[in-house]
Design a binder for this molecule. Sequence first.
Ligand code: ATP
Ligand code: MG
Length: 182
Amino acid sequence: MYIKEIEFINFKSFGKKVKIPFYDDFTTISGPNGSGKSNIIDGILFVLGLSSSRTMRAEKLTDLIYNGDKAKKPDFAQVTIKFDNTDREMPVDTEEVVITRKIRETDTGYYSYFYFNGKAVSLTDVHNYLAKARVTPEGYNVVMQGDVTRIITMTPVERRKIIDEIAGVAEFDNKKDRALSE
Ligand code: ATP
Ligand code: MG
């Protein structure tokens, strides 16, 4: 499974609809400082259902909405990732898996929506689908700035937790804890 394309609408610095194609092996993105390279990574984490806006370098989720045009600030941001699923790593029987996340800001707060292959789903649904393909937004599919240093300076117990997560053991520990507390 790999990312084929990402589409941004009003997400961070992407004030209009922008589609970015990805290759099946290796894609690098280059550009001047402040041109939006890291915002692309933030967009990926957004779709994967990351709830902490800090990791996406925004104070609150609504700060992810494009604010470059003060006269006409959009009330929503939307990012869509199209995955190639020809290897069926994601256990659904479609060649492509399309996941969309949208946040909409209103006078009373904000609303978050997820769509999986066009169907409205919950954040937990998205997490469960992704976990089956061993993708976790808080996991180690994405190496952020400072992560390598953090792992080197960790205690052995903390490092063990990372290995549990990568091996997929932590997911069952979490489910067990949740079941026991119900
Ligand atoms: P560097 O090479 O310095 O790492 P970069 O290409 O990774 O740069 P980003 O951090 O992705 O750049 O983009 C930063 C830009 O995104 C800033 O100019 C910032 O103003 C803009 N930006 C962030 N959030 C928003 C928003 N909500 N609306 C409009 N622009 C935004
Ligand atoms: Mg950057």
